[in-house]
Design a protein around this ligand. Structure first.
Ligand SMILES: Nc1nc2c(ncn2[C@@H]2O[C@H](COP(=O)(O)OP(=O)(O)OP(=O)(O)O)[C@@H](O)[C@H]2O)c(=O)[nH]1
Ligand SMILES: [Mg+2]
Length: 547
């Protein structure tokens, strides 16, 4: 075999015994005392810097090894407040990213407002004369944005000026179609796309759930064990389902098939809205875009022109009366902006944090949000992954794969919804559905070691609903003649959900942490989130030696 070692050329004369580097850094032979002192000082400084770098590298290495992941899953029915809770996590931990997205939410807010106007027009539409029903079969109920005026006196109890309102507000529904088209990616299957603002670099979306061998599909909620307050063997409490509030099939404003528009978004839906297409200059101080109001195609112009009619409609006492008669409470859905029409439709409208928290965009699929705590926090080094799932019935099959390795579940139950039905199934009472879901989650053996935190949510709406005279016992017979005040009812729900956990949990040692929440309330929710974070870290993580 050939010898591959490099051949060293023999040096002429004396053999060099010092290696070249040593020779290069050797002090000069004729060094003066001052030069020597300078050199020694420089060497000392170099040594100090080298030690500092070594120490930093060692700490960095330790930090990387210490880095652990905490996974939190947000569960609950559709509109329970999961995405709003996720927004609060973002606002608390990555406020810069949250603020950077505010402008894109403007379009969702516009859609929400237009949707509320549509619901009002549906509600005040003349009721059909049953004799004319046959002729109405021609109306395409899938048409989402066309206003179909059907006159000829076939309707009764019309609100005066109804047709006039429809005509003046018609541009809004063209705008609605346009915004929906921009939000929807025609190449993406609707069910797989998350209808949520894609977040900053710290977050990303999962189109496909992670594989979780052996998990199978999540227990169908309606086959959950029976629920009862006092006796586990008894059947679930009877909850009367109020008549559906869906609009009349003969409504002059033709509606989409669902109770709310299902809007799918592109991966980067800010791009879909082409912010900056109009070459809007950036603000020199904040770096934020401004000047969109100078773009004649910006949706704000249509809204701005329709604003006086929208306000007139919303303030019309006959309209309010009709909404009350039909038990339509727009504040429970996207009605929040109706009280703020002038502000929201102003040409230079810039959404506030609160506006973004109120913006409703249904989640399809699962959203993952990742963040770390700041360096000065005692729990730094832990990476947090929060998963926000779609809560509609058709979305729940996607939950189970995320049960693997989850450290905590935050379950949201909107307790104000005791008199409402599911948008996707008007035969199912929302509270009953929440209880069924809760039972399925707490009884799940795969989740036996997982921390469970219950948010009894929408307490602000519950208070308002009770103050307006709605009685729980009319919708939940088991409540009987107990007091109808907020304290009594909130505590009743706490006991009920608590009892379900106590009765069905496979892990009797597990504590269930319950919070009364209104997750649109930033200050209170941030206190609760911090508290939840500590519970997860001190309880769960200690036991799994993550700390
Ligand atoms: N007033 C009030 N509104 C709330 C509260 N929690 C959520 N909302 C509003 O209810 C609507 C629905 O909330 P989301 O967070 O989108 O509901 P979700 O659970 O993510 O629903 P899906 O994505 O369909 O599963 C939004 O407009 C929220 O602003 C609350 O505590 N009080
Ligand atoms: Mg959501």
């Amino acid at each position: 075999m050939a010898n591959r070692r490099p051949q060293v050329a023999p040096t002429a004369g004396r053999r060099e015994s010092i290696d070249p580097l040593e020779r290069a850094i050797r002090p000069p032979a004729n060094e003066s005392p001052e030069e020597r002192e300078r050199r020694l000082r420089a060497e000392e400084e170099a040594r100090r810097i080298s030690h500092t770098i070594d120490r930093m590298l060692r700490e960095d290495d330790k930090e990387r090894r210490r880095k652990k992941v905490v996974k939190i899953l947000l569960l609950g029915q559709s509109e329970s407040g999961k995405s709003t809770t996720l927004k609060q996590f973002q606002l608390l931990h990555t406020p810069a990213a949250f603020h950077a997205e505010r402008l894109a939410w403007r379009f969702v807010i516009y859609l929400n407002l237009v949707r509320s106007i549509r619901r009002i027009l549906e509600a005040i539409a003349p009721e059909p004369d049953t004799n004319g029903l046959d002729e109405l079969d021609d109306i395409d109920s899938n048409e989402t944005a066309t206003i179909v005026i059907i006159g000829n006196g076939r309707f009764s109890s019309s609100i005066p000026g109804y047709e006039n309102y429809c005509r003046r507000l018609a541009p809004l529904f063209e705008l609605e179609q346009r915004l929906m088209r921009q939000l929807t990616d025609p190449e993406e299957p609707d069910e797989l796309e998350a209808t949520h603002l894609p977040s900053s670099s710290s977050s990303h979306q999962h189109r496909h759930p992670p594989k979780a061998e052996g998990y199978g599909s999540f227990t169908p909620m309606h086959r959950a064990p029976a629920v009862s307050m006092s006796d586990p063997t008894r059947s679930p409490p009877r909850i009367t389902i109020p008549p559906g509030m869906s609009s009349s099939p003969t409504s002059p404003v033709a509606t989409s098939p669902g109770a709310e528009p299902t809007v799918s978004t592109r991966k980067n839906w800010r791009k879909a809205f082409a912010l900056g297409r109009n070459q809007s200059p950036k603000n020199a101080h904040s770096g934020e875009l401004h000047g969109w109001w100078e773009d004649p195609h910006d949706p704000v112009h249509v809204l701005n022109r329709c604003a006086p009619t929208m306000s007139e409609l919303w303030r019309d006492p006959r309209v309010r009366q009709r909404l009350a008669e039909k038990r339509i409470r727009l504040e429970e859905s996207s009605g929040f902006y109706l009280d703020e029409i002038d502000r929201v439709t102003a040409k230079m409208y810039f959404p506030k944090d609160e506006d973004v928290l109120r913006a409703r965009l249904k989640t399809n699929g699962v959203i993952e949000h990742v963040f770390s705590l700041p360096k000065n926090n005692e729990y730094r080094g832990v990476e947090w992954r929060i998963y926000d799932v779609g809560g509609a019935q058709s979305q729940r099959h996607a939950w189970a794969p995320y049960f693997e390795d989850v450290n905590a579940i935050i379950f949201l139950a909107p307790i104000s919804a005791f008199d409402q039905t599911l948008a996707e199934d008007p035969t199912v009472n929302r509270l009953e559905d929440s209880l069924m879901l809760w039972t399925s989650v707490v009884s799940n053996k795969l989740l036996a070691q997982v921390n469970i935190i219950l948010f009894l949510n929408k307490c602000d709406l519950l208070k308002r609903k009770l103050e307006s005279g709605v009685r729980l016992s009319h919708h939940m017979i088991s409540y009987k003649d107990r007091p109808n005040d907020y304290e009594s009812i909130a505590n009743y729900f706490r006991r009920k959900f608590g009892w379900v956990h106590h009765s069905y949990t496979p892990n009797k040692a597990r504590e269930c942490y319950v919070h009364f929440t209104s997750v649109t309330d930033t200050m209170r929710t941030h206190v609760i989130i911090t508290n939840v974070r500590d519970i997860i870290l001190t309880g769960n993580l200690k036991s799994s030696s993550l700390m």
